[in-house]
Design a protein. Structure first.
Length: 316
């Protein structure tokens, strides 16, 4: 791939839904940014199906499907970052295999980068396309499933505790210089490698970590209204059980992020504290009781991981 191209677009996928992936690729093929101005990678991340390998990429003159045998989103993204750096890209765009980008998404994203050289990590609106009408209780939890609509742009250069300016991985632009520094940090902060989605593991913290890392390194982050992405949302993702798994993974990841960034950890409660958690979950109406219980489980698991990590570091 020629090294003068400023943008590398990557779709990381594991056993993708063929229809969803086809829509993702069709949307990329319709981009207003000329194909000659960007490179494209389809990363088959330890799939057991041939859907990604058989995908038609003939529409892109430099479209390639590459295999990343190590399972997990972190491994797939690291591979993309390494590839992008090797062929001289200045910016990466991560697209999920169920994302449908607006036709001007690439062009608008690069325009934002040119306008603000300190913008290191940015994304846009994540507009749901539900296969089934979500239940009444779903709306407050939509953001945990990378569904986030905007009335105004949200940009930040420091973390104040509000996650709204931190872009999701779906449709995330990332400067290659920042991304390469993040890859290096995976070795100095091994807890980071546990944050990405990996099979049935509900961890959900890698996107947040990239945004926080960018801010800590002196970059700006943001979400922009003019960047529009449709996120296909199957019926199975708006169920109580699925949302509970996501909330558990998010709570666990939050503990690890607090440790990574040197913030105070939640207090470790004994049996009385756990009994109180069960009582609080029991008295809440459906589905908020199970959601509260899931978040409590996630925090406990995060604290256990941190504790194990401390013992391992001492042993090393």
């Amino acid at each position: 791939m020629p090294d003068e191209n400023p943008l590398c677009v990557a779709v990381c996928t594991h056993n993708p839904n063929p229809a969803f992936l086809a829509e993702t690729l069709e949307a990329l093929a319709r981009q207003t940014l000329p194909l000659e101005a960007w490179d494209f990678l389809l990363v088959d991340n330890a799939s057991t199906t041939a859907t990604a390998r058989k995908a038609d990429l003939s529409w892109h003159p430099r479209g390639h499907c590459i295999a990343e045998p190590q399972p997990g989103l972190t491994a797939a993204r690291v591979r993309v970052i390494q590839e992008a750096a090797a062929f001289g890209a200045g910016t990466i765009l991560f697209v999920d295999d169920d994302n449908i980008l607006a036709p001007d998404y690439l062009e608008q994203g690069l325009a934002l980068a040119a306008k603000d050289p300190k913008l290191g990590c940015w994304g846009g609106q994540l507009i749901p396309r539900f296969e089934k009408t979500p239940p009444d209780w779903f709306a407050p939890f939509a953001k945990y499933l990378a569904l986030f609509q905007l009335e105004n742009d949200v940009v930040s250069e420091a973390f104040s505790g509000n996650h709204d300016s931190l872009p999701a991985g779906a449709g995330m632009f990332l400067r290659v210089a920042l991304a390469s520094a993040y890859v290096e940090s995976l070795n100095t902060h091994p807890l980071r490698r546990l944050l990405g989605v990996n099979g049935k593991d509900p961890m959900r913290g890698e996107d947040t970590d990239i945004g926080l890392f960018a801010l800590a390194a002196g970059w700006r982050v943001g979400r922009f209204r003019d960047l529009r992405l449709t996120h296909i949302t199957p019926a199975g993702r708006i169920t109580r059980d699925y949302v509970a798994r996501v909330l558990e993974g998010t709570a666990c990841s939050d503990v690890l992020l607090q440790k990574i960034y040197g913030r105070p950890l939640p207090k470790v409660g004994g049996w009385l504290s756990r009994l109180r958690e069960h009582w609080q979950a029991w008295r809440l109406p459906e589905p908020y009781g199970p959601f509260h219980a899931a978040q409590c489980r996630g925090r406990r698991r995060g604290l256990e991981i941190v504790k194990i990590s401390k013992f391992k570091n001492r042993a090393d």
